[in-house]
Design a protein around this ligand. Structure first.
Ligand SMILES: [Zn+2]
Ligand SMILES: [Zn+2]
Length: 353
């Protein structure tokens, strides 16, 4: 029996759809090159809600119970062999991408596409990898980003989704001086709004069926908002950006939104797919053809985690208002149910002191 089995921790383990259990499990021990992080803040992501609601997420079906969660920050409390930093006691946010570091894609810097990727709290691998809805998690030391003074753990737990948003904006090839449309005003859509505005888009319009999402986008600096269910959507969009939008981000993950994204894109525009769409979603390919659109995917992120810290530290991006609710760690199951309720919540977090 490994020594770690004598030291346990509280964790929330997903056993199936709507079945998450508070359990005492073995506390992980940092392997060579890893650190042990005491978790202080963690976010609940759309993918976590999918796992909770359906027991799986898209094509990722867990083969056994596992600890969910991948957005987190905490304190380094132990070192594995060979680790020289960050020092014990350092406050860090953790980049949850554990890529192999050796394959062609990793060596080219596109580690988000690594075929051997082990993300935290994910059933993309067998057995599923443990996540952060626990008192502790181990992480490679190189994935830990020290938080500047005054940078709260809660903001640290926002860095993963913010990185997804920044990667999407970078995948567009640039938004400076351009008119931007974001379909879907959920957490990632709202974050893309912040990044696109900081990167100098001439206008950023957000479309969402929920009045809450539209109001929130308006307060966060959107030039205007659209209700995709409006009968006069085309006219309203044309009034905002005659000829169409030059960059469109599809962040709703809904087939109808993709159709609108492509219809409202200007000829020659770039459409970035950020939301996960249902399998078999129809793409209006003839509009891609005749408008010479570039339809690009944006998957997780690479090489932007540190940049997001700098953008937040410098005040160019302020994601704090996105944290619409915080629960204590012990209330994680309630927090997940609440986050999935469809109420007016963007980012739900849990905190552990
Ligand atoms: Zn996430
Ligand atoms: Zn790799």
């Amino acid at each position: 029996m490994p020594a770690s089995a004598s030291t346990t921790m509280t964790a929330f383990v997903l056993h199936g759809a709507e079945d998450i259990r508070r359990e005492q499990v073995a506390r992980p021990e940092p392997k060579p090159g890893e650190v042990l992080v005491a978790i202080r803040a963690a976010g609940i992501c759309g993918s976590d809600l999918h796992y909770y609601a359906h027991g799986k997420c898209g094509n990722f079906v867990p083969t056994e119970p596992f600890i969910l969660g991948h957005e987190f920050a905490g304190e380094v409390v132990a070192h594995g062999e060979g680790v020289t930093g960050p020092a014990i006691g350092t406050r860090v946010a953790v980049d949850p991408s554990r890529a192999c570091g050796a394959c062609k894609l990793c060596r080219e810097g596109r580690y988000n596409l690594c075929p051997h990727m082990v993300y935290f709290g994910s059933a993309s691998v067998t057995p599923p990898s443990a996540g952060c809805y626990a008192e502790y998690a181990t992480a490679p030391a190189r994935n830990c980003w020290p938080l500047p003074d005054g940078f709260e753990y809660a903001w640290g737990a926002l860095l993963e989704p913010m990185s997804v948003a920044m990667h999407a904006v970078m995948r567009s090839g640039g938004v400076g001086g351009k008119s931007v449309l974001i379909t879907g005003g959920g957490t990632i859509g709202q974050m893309i709004l912040l990044v696109a505005a900081a990167f100098g888009a001439s206008k950023v319009v957000v479309s969402d069926v929920k009045p809450f999402a539209r109001e929130f986008a308006g307060k966060s600096g959107a030039t205007a908002t659209l209700d995709p269910a409006s009968d006069t959507l085309a006219e309203e969009a044309a009034a905002l950006s005659p000829g169409g939008f030059e960059v469109v981000f599809e962040a709703a993950g809904v087939g109808a939104a993709l159709g609108q994204a492509i219809r409202l894109a200007a000829p020659g525009a770039t459409v970035v797919q950020v939301g996960t769409l249902p399998d078999g979603t129809a793409v209006p390919v003839n509009a891609l053809l005749t408008k010479e659109l570039q339809y690009v995917g944006s998957w997780r992120f690479a090489n932007v985690f540190g940049r997001v810290i700098e953008m937040v530290t410098s005040g160019r991006i302020d994601p704090r208002p996105l944290i619409t609710r915080i629960h204590d760690f012990e209330n994680l199951p309630e927090a997940i149910v609440e986050a999935g309720s469809g109420e007016n919540i963007l980012k739900m977090q849990i905190r552990r002191n």
